[in-house]
Write a protein that binds this ligand. Structure first.
Ligand SMILES: *Cc1c(COP(=O)(O)O)cnc(C)c1O
Length: 418
């Protein structure tokens, strides 16, 4: 490749405000740019690269499957998708069935379709009309499809795309009273991230989760979890919600993407086999033949890779590593008593470090979080922002104690220099 080739001027639609950095190689928790500089990667593709970059077990699965069978239509069965669906059901520990998609937004669109079917199957008892409203939360993020942006509780994600898909009501997170008041005879489901990611790393409290589960039972609403960012080990449990101390919570449906593929595009949603109504119809049968589909969803290459990733997360006990690294990060940051940091939020390796706007200043037109991410990049640490005043640590689940210590030292030096 000629040295004058500059990817930053490529004819790619400018929907991202990208950092001026071209990455060409990765290994473990490190990536290299096209100038030969290396970076510690605590962005990990935004919580995607669960095993870090180019992990041997993932590479082996891709190589083997690429030589065996890459893609066939979902008109036929394949072994990788069957094994992956079984593994997911085993990990959820509740009987249910999985649909495979390619991304988180697509998986959430599937949940929205499930909720619409459920609202038709169990209509408003007074009017006998289908219920269709889904309650989601302020600062939530559910993806960029038209369904996903309608579900999302952030105005900037929706701007200029009217008319939006109707049937969503947004309420403040972690406020049971507001949630209870928002339920109407039209409501059929509640959709939430157990820890909000893009909205600033906000953790659902156990009381909120327990109360929400109770409201769902009382009003016959589906309880749907968006675990696209927090699922499969990141919070210290294979099921994110299990890390949050609400043992009575039983989801009706769950979506995943990001970390489940380790970097190969795959998403999924799971639906509980429980009866949807007194007639005994299973919830998981409401989306029957012809009701939903995806050309690529769960194709052999993606499914076999995801299987390797999820097995490695479990076998190498990476959820336990996520917990140990969280403790290391929290203890180290607490010991600094740094005036630039106001709080550390989140769980496991989905952590938000909240910045003090009195101390951290940004140039005009830039949030303090984006500004600090840029300074950290200059110092060879990659992290993404979460909202205007929080940066995120989302490293690979197998990140080492030494790598975490190195990242923390870069963070401290950078904050000291501001
Ligand atoms: C990233 C994300 C999505 C969207 O996933 P895509 O794969 O980008 O479509 C949805 N929900 C949550 C919680 C996310 O973090």
């Amino acid at each position: 490749m000629s040295t004058s080739f500059d990817p930053t001027t490529a004819p790619i639609l400018a929907t991202y405000a990208r950092f001026p950095l071209t990455l060409v190689k990765g290994e473990g928790s490190r990536v290299w740019d096209n100038q030969g500089n290396s970076y510690l990667d605590f962005c990990a593709g935004i919580a995607v690269c669960s095993l870090g970059h180019c992990h041997p077990s993932m590479v082996a699965a891709i190589e083997k499957q690429a030589r065996t069978l890459i893609h066939v239509s979902n008109l036929y069965f394949t072994e990788p998708a069957a094994h992956l669906a079984q593994l997911i059901t085993d990990l959820v520990e509740i009987p249910g069935k999985t649909f495979f998609a390619n991304s988180g937004a697509e998986a959430n669109d599937g949940l929205i379709k499930l909720a619409r079917r459920f609202g038709r199957h169990c209509p408003n008892p007074e009017t006998a009309e289908a219920r269709h409203e889904i309650i989601t939360f302020n600062k939530s993020f559910h993806g960029r499809t038209l369904g996903g942006i309608a579900a999302t509780g952030q105005q900037k994600i929706k701007d200029g795309f009217d008319p939006l898909l109707p049937g969503f009501r947004h309420v403040p997170f972690n406020q049971l009273n507001a949630l209870s008041e928002a339920i109407t005879p039209e409501t059929c489901a509640i959709l939430l991230e157990p820890i909000q990611g893009e909205g600033g790393v906000n953790t659902a409290t156990p009381e909120f989760l327990e109360g929400l589960a109770k409201l769902c039972k009382e009003h016959n609403l589906l309880l749907m979890l968006d675990e696209v960012q927090c699922g499969f080990g990141r919070l210290g449990e294979m099921m994110g919600w299990r890390a949050l101390g609400a043992p009575d919570l039983q989801p009706d449906a769950i979506s995943w993407a990001k970390g489940m593929g380790g970097g190969i595009p795959i998403g999924a949603f799971w639906v509980n086999d429980r009866p949807a109504s007194d007639d005994g119809t299973a919830l998981s049968s409401l989306l029957g033949p012809g009701s939903h589909g995806s050309t690529y969803g769960g194709n052999p290459l993606a499914a076999e890779t995801s299987l390797a990733v999820l097995n490695e997360i479990a076998d190498a006990e990476l959820p336990a590593n996520a917990m140990a690294r969280e403790a290391q990060i929290r203890e180290t940051i607490a010991s600094w008593k740094h005036s630039a940091i106001t709080a550390v939020r989140g769980k496991g390796l989905m952590l938000g470090i909240a910045l003090n706007p009195e101390v951290v200043k940004a140039p005009e037109g830039k949030t303090i979080a984006a500004h600090l991410c840029g300074e950290l990049l200059t110092n060879k640490l990659l992290v993404p922002p979460a909202g205007p005043d929080t940066i995120r640590f989302l490293p690979a689940l197998n990140v080492t104690e030494a790598e975490v210590a190195e990242a923390l030292s870069i963070l401290k030096d950078t904050l000291d220099s501001l």
